[in-house]
Each structure stands twice: as structure tokens, then as C-alpha cells.
Design a binder for this molecule. Sequence first.
Ligand code: MRU
Length: 381
Amino acid sequence: MNVGGVPYRAIFTEGDDGQVRVIDQTLLPHRFETIGLDSTADAARAIRDMVVRGAPLIGATAAYGVALAMRTDPSDASLDEAIALLASTRPTAVNLRWALDAAGVLLRGLPPSERAQAGHDLAARLCEDDVHRNRRIGEHGLGIFREIANRAGAGGRRRELNVMTHCNAGWLATVDWGTATAPMYLAHDEGLRIHVWVRETRPRFQGAGLTSWELGQHGVPHTLVSDSAAGHLLSRGRVDLVIVGTDRTTAGGDVANKVGTYPLALAARDNGVPFYVAAPSPSIDWTIEDGAGIPIEERDPAEVTRVWGVDDDGVERRVRVVPEGTRAANYAFDVTPKRLVTGLVTERGVCAADGGALRELFARPGSPATGPHGSGVVDRP
Ligand code: MRU
């Protein structure tokens, strides 16, 4: 996607030595800066500190993190150490394990002398596949947007199609396109009139800071609302559909995503508003049926008690918003049970959030459902 007219991906390589670079998302929307990742430790730090975030981008960064280890020391011990370090960074997004499994299986089967190049090639391929996958999700999602717009008489001159999203499942959370945002970009580009309600997404404001920023860069009309305003908008018929991303969707169809997704799904169901999840195959955990088995990240309570931004004089500040000493808990994700999900939008098409439907969709040979991690796992639709 473009930033000030210049095409960018959320992770890319640059220069003769192929330096890995990422956009520092901790600085957005106030500053746009890219930084180089020169070691496995850099990649791990970037994931842990949320310089990069979003399930697909976490996976892509981890793959490059392994490749960087192989550049300096391609031994088995170095490979194991790199994978262990990267695996420990964040617990919920299954794309991390998926990418590390793919790298581990591939590189362990090669002589050390070939691992640096193979690691780099794999990371580059995972990134390309991510872009293709998201584009396909966009096309399938666009079909849903068109159908709902037709039914509601929206999307044209009479009125816009109102879409609500949570957190940032945009191109910043992937390599490009985003998952939940891909249909928004395609709809906007083909002239379907859409308007996006962007939930701010406390405590880290990925909606306010990142989704608003990227939709703004692309010219997609949007309005920021507080998380708690969703019920009001849904109950007044101001939302035609909800679409969010996922960090881990179980084989049974339960969906872990940014905290606040579950109450949003409840409110959508209560008001008869379709609730879709953009779910690329690397975000599906085929080893778990029930969402209760998904590890939920708990982060530093300071993210709840402090906020960061720019004051009216343009100075960046972090300020405390609670009485000093207030105890806070910071759960980063929640699980939306499959019964509240209207459909999963995958690169293979749209299916019910249901184990049988998911397995059927991915039952083709070479799919993640049938192939071991690292072989059938890299799926170009
Ligand atoms: O904590 P974050 O910012 O990494 O959480 C991101 C989300 O919850 C996204 O919705 C999810 O990773 C899907 S991104 C395509």
C-alpha cells in the first residue's frame, strides 16, 4: 500500500545485503519511520515490543529472524536457539508457530552451508504468499460486501455501506493488503461506496492509531469511535456488517482476536448484524478444537494505566490516566465462540465457522489441513 504516494510493505528487504526492514508501528500515527532488523535478537525484540504486530506480520518477521540467525551461525544449535527465542515473544498469534515450524522443518533438512540462503528464500516466499492470500481474502470479502450492499440498497448514490472493524487487521498487520481491510480497499477502489467505523481498540489504540492512519492514506472514508459506542451504532442500524481479523482460529471455528472482539460479536448478534472474520490459513490452529485452549496474552498493565500521544503543541507524551498506584490487568485477546461468527473469510473462500466446513474447505492436497507444518503449509491459492 502507499504511504504518501510511495509503495510500502510492512516488512521488506533493501540494499545489496538484503537488510530486513520494518515500519516502526510504535511511532504511528505520529511518525513514519522504518528500522532495520540485523539479528535474531532484533527480530524478537521487534515482535515483543510491538514494533511489528498483527498475526501475519509476526509470522513473517519470525521467519526473517530465523534467516538472520543462519547468516551468522547455521549450526543446529543456533537454529534451535533462534526458534526458541522467537517462539517466546508472543503467545496468541499461531502464525508465529506456523512460520517457525516451516523454517525449522526446511532448514533442519539441509546442510548448514545451504541454510542462510534457504532461510532467506523461505522468509521471502512466506511474505509473497501472505500478499497473495490477503488479496484472495479481499476478493472473497468483496463478494460479501456486494451482496450485503445489494440487499440493503447501500454502496451506491443513496447511501454508503457501513462496515465496522476492530483493532488493526490492515496491511500494517500483514505484509500487504491486510485481511479484514483487503475487501475494504478493493471495494473502495472499484467504486462501491463504503464507510468504515473504526473502533479505537483500547488499550494500545491499534484502531485509532493504525487503522485510521492506513484507511486515511488510501482515502477510504472512516469514522473513529470509542469501543463502547459499538452497541449504540449496531442497535440503531448504523452498521451493515462487521469484519475483524484473527490471531488464532481453532479447527472447530472459535476465534481469538484483539480483546473486545467478543463483546462486539455479541452486540452484532443481538442486532442481527453479520459478523465476519477474515481468517487466512496460517491463522488456523488445526491442533485445537475449542477456543478455551488458546493461550491469551497478558501484557504490561502500564498499557492500561498510561496513554501515549501528541499534545496540542505537537510534543509526544506518555501520560498516566488513573490514580497513582491503581492496579490494572491487561488481557490482550479474547475468544469469540463460533456460534457468534457468521462466516470465516479465507483465501479459499467463505465458510461457516464450523470444524466440518473448515476442514472441507482446506481438504485439498497440499493444504494446511493435510500437510505437515513446513511442507504443505505454504499455500499459494
Ligand atoms: O496485539 P496485536 O496488535 O498484534 O493484535 C492484532 C490483532 O488482534 C489482529 O486483529 C490480528 O492479528 C489479525 S491481523 C491480520
